[in-house]
Design a protein around this ligand. Structure first.
Ligand SMILES: *Cc1c(COP(=O)(O)O)cnc(C)c1O
Length: 405
């Protein structure tokens, strides 16, 4: 069976995790802090905070900005549930909007139509690793008419004086937009290091801070360190300093810090990320594209535009002219050939919880159209060219079989 997305665990990773174990320091400590610095350099920002998930990062930022009951947060209908769930955690309303059919990313015009005086945050998702059009999104929230609608009620909202852009970049570490790395493209960016993501720490996530003046990103980093550790004003490492046992709790914070065992994996992953991991992922996607190019039913994914390049997280193939049922039958056929594939994503309005809240898939025709014809092919470091060919053949014969029926 060809798996969908196993992590790359080799001796280098095992040695670094072992070194962390033997160091006697396994929770947040020197390796996490080093990983944060190296991530910041990689993303072109001054501060990055590592956490135990992207979900925690998204929620901490919403909490920091004071998002609460009565507020609205604009999210794409086509994303993983985490994007909207964190809005629910804050008691606010996720306002779902449709996507562009071309690149699966949130539609600028649909964002514009969804802004109200209650809108506090927009959360674009870089689907499959291709960055959203951030210049356009950043410009939108600075338009006079949109700014005038904004109603600040916290110090942070007052200071920003407009809607916050919080990028869900769970797929797009290493992606590039107008020669700038993902992380430095908008106010705040959150990455995921979950086991299936491009760069993994088993579980993990990070926030890259890039807020405009007068915000001081290092200060916000410090505030969120405290928020991520029960509101404690000293972390475990600081408390081990001689006589430094006493700490205070300044708020009822959360508990979502990254451990040094996770950071050990991340440090190795990051050193070889750009020139090895991304290169390999790009080669795999290019080979799939080449092998499927002559299939008239294949709609190949977009990895590059005039101004951006993906991190090649997914290979979201679409089959022309099929319905959801046929897509599911094709997937079954592919699995019968011992190849694992996936679907990214079930649009949120199709999920029971959001359906029960009143969201209707009929309002998101582009999301449904893409979803109903989508099959994600395996992309991971250890996938060989031979296996890529096996996958492509399994897809081709399965599609041919179902289309002939
Ligand atoms: C994986 C993913 C997340 C959640 O990441 P975690 O690190 O598991 O919390 C959020 N958004 C999208 C789009 C994802 O794919």
């Amino acid at each position: 069976m060809i798996p969908f997305s196993p992590p790359r665990i080799d001796q280098l990773i095992i040695d670094e995790v072992t070194a962390a174990l033997k160091s006697g320091w396994i929770t947040t400590g020197p390796r996490t802090k080093k990983f944060e610095k190296e991530l910041a350099a990689f993303c072109g920002v001054n501060s990055v905070l590592c956490l135990n998930s992207a979900t925690a990062g998204l929620e901490l930022v919403l909490r920091w900005f004071g998002v609460k009951e009565g507020d609205e947060v604009i999210v794409p209908a086509y994303t993983y549930c985490a994007t909207a769930n964190v809005v629910m955690h804050c008691g606010a309303k996720p306002v779902m909007v449709d996507i562009n059919e071309t690149d699966f990313n949130i539609s600028l015009e649909k964002i514009r139509a969804a802004v109200t005086p209650k809108t506090k945050v927009i959360m674009p998702v870089d689907f499959g690793g291709l960055p959203c059009n951030y210049d356009a999104i950043n410009a939108l929230v600075n338009e006079k008419e949109i700014k005038n609608k904004f109603q600040p009620v916290t110090d942070e909202q007052d200071k920003l004086a407009r809607i916050l852009i919080l990028s869900d970049a769970a797929h797009s570490l290493g992606a590039v937009y107008k020669n700038k790395p993902c992380g430095s493209l908008t106010d705040v960016t959150v990455f995921s290091f979950h086991a299936v993501k491009n760069l993994t720490t088993a579980e993990g996530g990070a926030i890259a801070f890039n807020l405009p003046a007068p915000f001081q990103n290092e200060k916000i980093y410090q505030q969120l360190v405290v928020k991520s550790l029960h509101g404690q004003n000293k972390d475990a490492l600081a408390k081990t300093q001689k006589g430094n046992w006493k700490y205070d709790v300044v708020e009822a914070g959360y508990k979502c810090n990254m451990t040094d065992l996770q950071a050990a994996i991340g440090l190795i992953e990051l050193t070889r990320y750009k020139n090895d991991t991304l290169k390999k992922r790009k080669e795999i996607c290019s080979l799939y594209s080449k092998l499927l190019l002559n299939c008239n039913w294949a709609e190949l994914p977009l990895f590059k535009t005039d101004y951006s390049e993906s991190s090649y997280h997914l290979f979201p193939l679409r089959i022309k002219g099929i319905n959801e049922k046929q897509r599911d039958e094709i997937i079954q056929e592919i699995f019968n050939k011992d190849v694992s594939v996936n679907v990214h994503f079930q649009p949120l309005p199709l999920l029971t919880y959001y359906k029960n809240l009143g969201y209707r898939i009929e309002n998101y025709p582009a999301a449904y159209n893409n979803y109903s014809r989508e099959i994600s092919l395996p992309v991971y470091y250890d996938l060989t060219d031979e296996q890529v060919k096996t996958v492509a053949n399994a897809v081709i014969t399965s599609v041919d079989l179902i289309l002939k029926k």
